[in-house]
Design a protein around this ligand. Structure first.
Ligand code: ADP
Ligand code: ZN
Length: 437
């Protein structure tokens, strides 16, 4: 395979040189951080009073972690490191797990962020002859404008279609010959279901590839989208605290996501002990943004769970790869005392051919016990008025799930297109148990 690099020198940089670059950028970032009220105090307490107190990358360990709570406490301007007049944009997180956090950018920050997104897009083989339909929420969410700018930087024709309204999305794809899509994986699955319902012929479209991210999904879900839509799907990872998309992305090998280490310093820790995880072990990703001046963030606990791949990638890039994110440490459900991650459920059901493109996990109280129900759409081919095959399928899913998560779930089968679809990040879990106060 021939690989195309956006910035070959940086992307294939020897590790020694990459680490030197990281150290220089870490020192710069600490310099900016020391201008913010939050880090003046936090770094001061840790004995880091000037960038020169950071002498090697090992000194990173002297810097305390930053959490989402810290960012919320610092709202609105506690993390601002440049004069307000220099700020040209703000973005916010989606607020999936609580109050959103705000990030500020100066013009240089936007420029650098855009280059990272362009690097990701270009690395999958896109060129200026591509037509890119950005089917993701615009606005405060970073996925819209982030990918928009990255797509333009590559020189593609960018259609800012936003999320939702599949009929209009199909029109745009047909009218302008869209070749590349960006969406959440759940929306891509929804698009595929709607294509069949609306009778849009795949041959009437020129789709080649899609970028799917912003929420966890399994390898089987990726394969399903690829097979149904006849496209290549690349995993895209980012978070607003680290600018947004463009932090880590799959190359054409599709074996893990290259995390751009010239812009983001990555560690993986055990979320309980906060010790760094052994090489290749799974844990929580901790990131330091090395490419932003207006809102420096050091050792941010993402709560996202992943592991580093070991060994080099065939594409020649030297930046380490992370495994697909399996979820957030706080996604974990405790059901009758057993720990279950929603991603474990997705892995089981999306591997089954009869299962359709959408599902929903519900937990309720049933007396003193918790009851787990998994509502699953089945493909139109597997749905019928005859209850016998459906009951057999239900029983098969129940048994396979129980074997994987050790809990006996209630399985409900639903017709394709009948479960709720969200335009932004999919809401896969409804926990209806009363909250302890
Ligand atoms: P929020 O934390 O409110 O959802 P963001 O909109 O910044 O804020 O979303 C970033 C988060 O989305 C990440 O921390 C991660 O949990 C999730 N995410 C983003 N991309 C992926 C991906 N490719 N796979 C799994 N999860 C992802
Ligand atoms: Zn690679």
């Amino acid at each position: 395979m021939t690989y195309q690099y956006w910035n070959e020198k940086i992307e294939t940089m020897p590790r020694d040189d990459l680490e030197k670059l990281q150290l220089a950028r870490l020192k710069d970032t600490v310099g900016f951080a020391l201008r913010t009220p939050f880090y003046q105090k936090r770094l001061g307490e840790a004995g880091v009073k000037s960038p020169d107190d950071i002498r090697s990358l090992a000194d990173l360990a002297r810097i305390p972690f930053t959490t989402k709570h810290d960012l919320r406490d610092g709202f609105p301007y506690g993390f601002l490191a440049v004069p307000r007049e220099e700020v040209v944009r703000l973005h916010a997180s989606s607020g999936t797990t609580g109050a959103p956090t705000t990030i500020y950018f100066n013009a240089g920050d936007i420029d650098r962020w855009t280059a990272y997104v362009a690097r990701c897009i270009y690395g999958t083989g896109c060129t200026k002859s591509d037509v890119f339909q950005n089917m993701i929420t615009y606005g405060l969410f970073t996925g819209g404008l982030g990918f928009h700018a990255g797509g333009e930087r590559v020189g593609m024709l960018v259609i800012p279609s936003g999320a939702g309204n599949t009929t209009r999305q199909f029109r745009l794809m047909q009218d302008f010959g869209t070749t590349v899509l960006h969406a959440t994986p759940s929306f891509l699955l929804h698009v595929e279901s709607r294509m069949r319902e609306e009778g849009v012929a795949r041959e009437s479209l020129r789709l080649k590839r899609a970028f799917a991210g912003a929420e966890p999904y399994s390898e089987d879900t990726r394969r399903r989208i690829e097979e149904l839509l006849h496209i290549d799907v690349y995993n895209s990872y980012g978070l607003s605290e680290m600018n947004g998309p463009g932090v880590a992305f799959e190359c054409q090998e599709k074996k893990g996501l290259h995390l751009w280490e010239d812009g983001y310093l990555a560690e993986i820790i055990d979320p309980e002990s906060c010790e760094s995880a052994a090489e290749g072990q799974s844990g929580e990703l901790v990131l330091t943004c090395l490419c932003r001046e207006a809102t420096p963030i050091l050792r941010y606990r993402t709560r996202d769970l992943t592991a580093f791949y070991t060994g080099p990638c065939a594409c020649g890039r030297t930046h380490r790869r992370i495994r697909r994110i399996t979820g957030r440490s706080d996604d974990m459900l405790i059901i009758n005392g057993v720990n279950v991650f929603p991603s474990q459920i997705e892995e089981v059901i999306m591997a089954m051919r009869e299962v359709g493109n959408n599902y929903l996990i519900e937990i309720e109280k049933d007396g003193v016990l918790d009851r787990l129900s998994v509502k699953i759409e089945v493909t139109p081919e597997s749905f019928s008025d005859d209850t016998r095959p459906l009951n057999a399928l239900k029983e098969k899913i129940r048994r396979t799930l129980q074997a994987s998560i050790t809990i006996n779930p209630r399985v409900e089968l639903h017709e394709s297109g009948s479960l709720p679809v969200s335009e932004g990040k999919a809401v896969r879990v409804r926990d209806k148990r009363p909250k302890d106060v």
